[in-house]
Write a new protein. Structure first.
Length: 115
């Protein structure tokens, strides 16, 4: 069982920046693709982006050029750097670890962008 814990959410003004962190409790961190998802009220959960163990990233179109995902394989941590945030980025942000047919989710962290 892998425990995934997000942190760093909060209230940020439109146009501002925020960095989320996600730590996974596993000795095999490099075996997992790490992903960030978000779910706004009344909406389905959507994939924001993901990063492979080798650092290859993918982003959904709505965050390209504004959000950056990185990972520190020594600290078992993945980051979501959010810049130029918009009110529509308001959501609960979830991190997950995907590998070997298993998926582990964190509890989520709330991000609220004020206009």
């Amino acid at each position: 069982q892998v425990q995934v814990v997000e942190s760093g959410g909060g209230l940020v003004q439109s146009g501002g920046s925020l960095r989320l962190s996600c730590t996974a409790s596993t000795r095999r961190f490099t075996s997992y693709v790490m992903g960030w998802h978000r779910q706004a009220p009344g909406s389905q959960r959507e994939l924001v982006g993901r990063i492979t163990s080798g650092g290859i990233t993918w982003y959904t179109d709505s965050v390209k050029g504004r959000f950056t995902i990185s990972r520190d394989n020594v600290k078992n941590t993945v980051y979501l750097q959010m810049s130029s945030v918009k009110p529509e980025d308001t959501a609960v942000y979830y991190c997950n670890a995907l590998g070997s047919g298993d998926v582990y989710w964190g509890q989520g962290t709330q991000v609220t962008v004020s206009s």
